[in-house]
Unconditional design. Structure first.
Length: 256
């Protein structure tokens, strides 16, 4: 095992302890000596481990004290949040809590993109959108649909809409969310809690609306928003089931 792999593996183990609450914000991380002794490595390598935690945004160096745990949930950026989510899979309740936040943000970005595009006179080449939806349908009809590929295609569809709407910041947020979710199989599966066929039907219905001369009524838009929210509640609940979150965590997901 190479030195770089040792550093990454030990840094991830210490980061998991932060995620699990073994080290609270403001606590000192183990010293260089303690890391070296616990993981049977020399002090130079242990120093690299703690330096990597700082580069992750999980700890910060404090002169004369060592490395102090940051309040990553409050202070960390989206990249740090994504790393926490990936490392939280061994702590189901925390993973479910983080996923609930991710889904809430994704729901807002996607819903605004779909409604904004519906109300906008600007249009992406319909042939490009139809080709992507046709590919989704082809995948959904296979005996064992590639859900990761489907989700990547759906994210790309929304990305195109955001580009057409000129919403570059929201596109960047969506890209980061996609990177988080596509690295966690349980998260991918959760997004298809209602089955891949339903996703295809929704996109086909949206294409029909965008190609028509008259858009949806306010009542139809309101119904769509309600159904969209119900779908995401089911996504969050399904993720909790897949990772083995407690009943309390799942109840919170359903009422969030």
């Amino acid at each position: 095992m190479g030195a770089r792999t040792v550093v990454a593996d030990v840094a991830d183990e210490l980061a998991r302890r932060v995620v699990a609450g073994d080290y609270e914000p403001g606590d000192l991380m183990p010293s260089v000596r303690q890391v070296a002794e616990e993981f049977d490595m020399n002090r130079a390598t242990a120093q690299l481990v703690l330096g990597r935690l700082e580069s992750y945004g999980i700890a910060r160096a404090h002169r004369g004290k060592g490395f102090i745990v940051r309040d990553v949930r409050a202070e960390g950026g989206i990249e740090v949040y994504g790393r926490l989510f990936q490392l939280s899979q061994d702590t189901p309740d925390i993973a479910a809590d983080l996923f609930r936040d991710i889904v809430a943000e994704e729901r807002g970005v996607v819903l605004d993109a779909l409604i904004g595009y519906t109300e906008s006179p600007e249009r992406v080449d319909p042939a490009l959108l139809k080709a992507a939806v046709d590919e989704l349908e082809t995948i959904a009809r296979t005996p064992d649909p590639d859900l990761r590929r489907m989700l990547a295609l759906e994210l790309d569809l929304v990305r195109r809409l955001l580009t057409e709407l000129g919403q570059s910041m929201r596109r960047a947020v969506l890209n980061s969310i996609g990177e988080m979710v596509l690295e966690v199989p349980a998260a991918i599966a959760a997004y298809y809690a209602s089955g891949p066929d339903l996703h295809v039907l929704v996109w086909q219905a949206l294409l029909a609306v965008w190609e028509s001369d008259s858009g949806p009524s306010e009542a139809q838009l309101a119904l769509f928003e309600d159904l969209f929210e119900m779908y995401h509640v089911k996504v969050v609940a399904r993720f909790g089931e897949l990772v083995g979150a407690t009943d309390e965590s799942e109840a919170a997901a359903r009422t969030a």
